[in-house]
Design a protein around this ligand. Structure first.
Ligand code: XBP
Ligand code: MG
Length: 231
């Protein structure tokens, strides 16, 4: 194992319920739209990855015609991205407990770190700079860099390409069923650190499933990776 590739939303950071969801709602309000996503509804909407795809799917369900959606979604999403950046800058989004320590230990052990997220580069970069300053993520692959969002494997395939590694040379760390499917489809072993939104998802195919980073260290990740290689 030469590298560990991390998902961001729900994995490195608790960003969905009190971050993205809040930003989507503020954007609805600012644009004079009646929609509001409560905590439970947002959990269901998370099955569609990528903010723009999520907005399209929801607005279609609300009966908004395709032409109107095509106009509304980019506007809403651009404003939502700005609002989410403000929430991050205001300290409203935190790393998951133990994430920073694990990243430091992995770097100390000589492992390379990368990011593969379906989120947008407009907020991913400032978030990493603010919450994970000094962590040498390289590459950082975002949803803007790839043709399709998770569960499509393209973010992971691109990360491996940029690392110059075969799938057996790396491990993915994810929080969700969509992320797990994406990692496996790229040929990567995958450890899942679930959260409140993803605890009941189908995660049994993961090499290891844990509730938090306090259950993970460098040796545990190496073991999960080795077991996967032995099949
Ligand atoms: C995360 C997402 C993202 C965020 C919002 O999925 O689906 O869309 O919810 O970010 P994953 P954007 O953790 O599997 O990468 O609005 O920038 O898309
Ligand atoms: Mg995630």
């Amino acid at each position: 194992m030469d590298a560990v590739i991390f998902d961001v939303d729900g994995t490195l950071v608790d960003s969905e319920r009190d971050g993205h969801r809040v930003a989507f709602n503020l954007a609805f309000e600012e644009l004079g739209l009646p929609y509001r996503w409560d905590i439970d509804l947002y959990g269901a909407l998370l099955e569609v990855t990528g903010g723009q795809r999520r907005l399209h799917a929801y607005l279609e369900g609300e009966g908004v015609p395709a032409g109107e959606r095509d106009e509304l979604v980019p506007k809403l999403h651009a404003r939502k991205t700005e609002l989410f950046r403000e929430l991050v800058a205001d300290g409203k989004v935190d790393p998951r407990p133990g994430a920073v320590e694990l990243l430091e230990d992995l770097t100390g052990a000589g492992l390379r770190l990368a990011v593969a997220t379906t989120g947008s580069r407009g907020w991913v970069e400032p978030l990493l700079e603010r919450l994970f300053a000094g962590v040498p993520f390289d590459p950082v692959i975002t949803g803007d860099d790839v043709p399709a969002r998770k569960p499509d494997p393209s973010a992971y395939v691109m990360a491996l390409g940029r690392l110059g590694l075969p799938p057996a040379g790396a491990l993915a760390v994810e929080d969700s069923d969509n992320g797990l499917v994406a990692a496996h489809a790229a040929g990567l072993a995958c450890v899942v650190v679930f959260n409140d939104y993803t605890a009941d998802q189908e995660l049994s195919q993961a090499e290891l499933v844990v509730a938090g980073f306090d259950e993970l260290d460098v040796a545990t990740l190496r073991r999960a990776h080795e077991q996967a290689q032995r099949g």
